[in-house]
Write a protein that binds this ligand. Structure first.
Ligand code: HEC
Length: 97
């Protein structure tokens, strides 16, 4: 019973904080962002030193989209992503802690 409740809590947390697109966003993130931002969004240590990458987990989706489409400081705009992929990766980054 305890396990059941814990599972239920995890499932509802998952639905509340990250909608389905975030799973697809992870694939985009792993392909296009991880080399600088690290798997968990906290920053790839080499890039933190070289480019001043800061942790991005929890960033508002609008700010993620801006960074991806327009760039941010030393980050250049990321090309080759569809509007849906940008939405998905924004949801994913927002869901990272
Ligand atoms: C070549 C390295 C590199 C890649 C690839 C990269 N970024 Fe960045 N990113 C940076 C740097 C550098 C910054 C700026 C850090 C700062 O000065 O705040 C940044 C900043 C950000 C921010 C913070 C924006 C804000 O408003 O504070 C977000 C969100 C972000 N990146 C998301 C992404 C996503 C999503 C991708 C993949 C689609 C990506 N980045 C790919 C280097 C990179």
């Amino acid at each position: 019973m305890k396990l059941f409740l814990a599972t239920l809590a995890l499932v509802s947390l998952g639905i509340g904080s990250a909608w389905a697109g975030a799973a697809e966003g992870k694939a985009v993130f792993d392909g296009k962002c991880k080399m600088c931002h690290g798997a968990d969004g906290k920053g790839n240590p080499g890039m933190v030193k070289a480019m001043g990458v800061k942790p991005i987990g929890g960033t508002a989706e609008a700010d993620v989209k801006n960074a991806v489409t327009k760039g941010k400081n030393k980050m250049r705009p990321i090309s080759g992503l569809s509007a849906k992929q940008i939405d998905d990766v924004a949801a994913y980054v927002h869901s990272l802690k």
